[in-house]
Design a protein around this ligand. Sequence first.
Ligand SMILES: Cc1cc2nc3c(=O)[nH]c(=O)nc-3n(C[C@H](O)[C@H](O)[C@H](O)COP(=O)(O)OP(=O)(O)OC[C@H]3O[C@@H](n4cnc5c(N)ncnc54)[C@H](O)[C@@H]3O)c2cc1C
Length: 298
Amino acid sequence: MVRFFARPYVAGDSLAKAMEVAAGLHVERGIASTLDLLAEGIRDQETVERNVATYLAMVDAVASDRRFDGALDRPTLSLKPSSYTTSPLDLGGDARGAAQAVTRIVERAAERGVRVTVDMESRHWTDFTIGLLGGLAAAGHRHVGGVFQTRLNRTELDLDRLPPGLRVRLVIGIYDEPESVAVRDKRVMKERLLVAARRLFERGHYVEFATHDEAYVRRFLSEVVRPAGVAADRYEVQMLYGVPRDRLLGELREAGVRARLYVPFALGWPMAIAYLRRRLDEYPKMMFLVMRNVVRKG
Ligand SMILES: Cc1cc2nc3c(=O)[nH]c(=O)nc-3n(C[C@H](O)[C@H](O)[C@H](O)COP(=O)(O)OP(=O)(O)OC[C@H]3O[C@@H](n4cnc5c(N)ncnc54)[C@H](O)[C@@H]3O)c2cc1C
């Protein structure tokens, strides 16, 4: 069942399959990727070590693959701190080992010229992740970017305190946060995406505008990018692999706007469950889309 629903949204069950998808997107359609190993709900140290080893292998695979041209077109890596600890903050733990593991991966990526983005998880992880990004920036790691969720009320202030030059992916946020800390209205979250992007450009940040909302992608380009006069190498638009946006992606390509897809893969289908559940909660129609595609192919 998991494999069935995962098919459109997950690149496969190995790094090699994810690299094939990334190369296909780049070579055939001019679309960049960010690769992500689905690895959440970690229960034992052995899995932590396997996750680190897989990311080190991802760094090497990306660095040595000659199918990608310029640095900005190469896949980046996206990772979640919770993949490296058996003591997750959202369950009252202390994230033991997570910062060290991320630092190890980031150091290898620096040596090999691969960019890394630290995903943002639920609100329990926000302080930890911002602290981690600050520490990595202070250590001189300019190839590391972060993610900020506009549904959280704190984000406006967090963006004011970013390390200079940090690459920022702006998202509305996928975790269902309570009203005490977040807005619940998607339109407000998306308006905040535009406001935040404008402010980040003013401060010289590279902006990754991540949404499937076509109207907001267009407004980002016409109301933020164009008036700010920023060059094409200062921003990109990001979406998730599998969400049907071919027409928009074609338009972006024609307009010379870089697009990057978030390409997840799993080393075992059960590891894809948390990711798919979040997609399904957010977009229940996904179930029908997958079924319809299967019927059409049949
Ligand atoms: C590249 C990328 C990285 C992300 N990283 C993070 C992160 O680190 N932390 C985090 O909290 N969140 C992350 N997200 C998720 C993000 O926060 C949103 O939850 C998600 O993008 C959906 O919000 P939206 O802005 O696309 O708006 P929505 O209103 O949810 O979606 C816009 C439209 O897209 C379509 N759509 C949405 N989902 C699907 C689907 N699964 N299948 C088919 N159509 C769909 C629907 O037609 C919908 O109307 C990331 C998203 C992207 C694209």
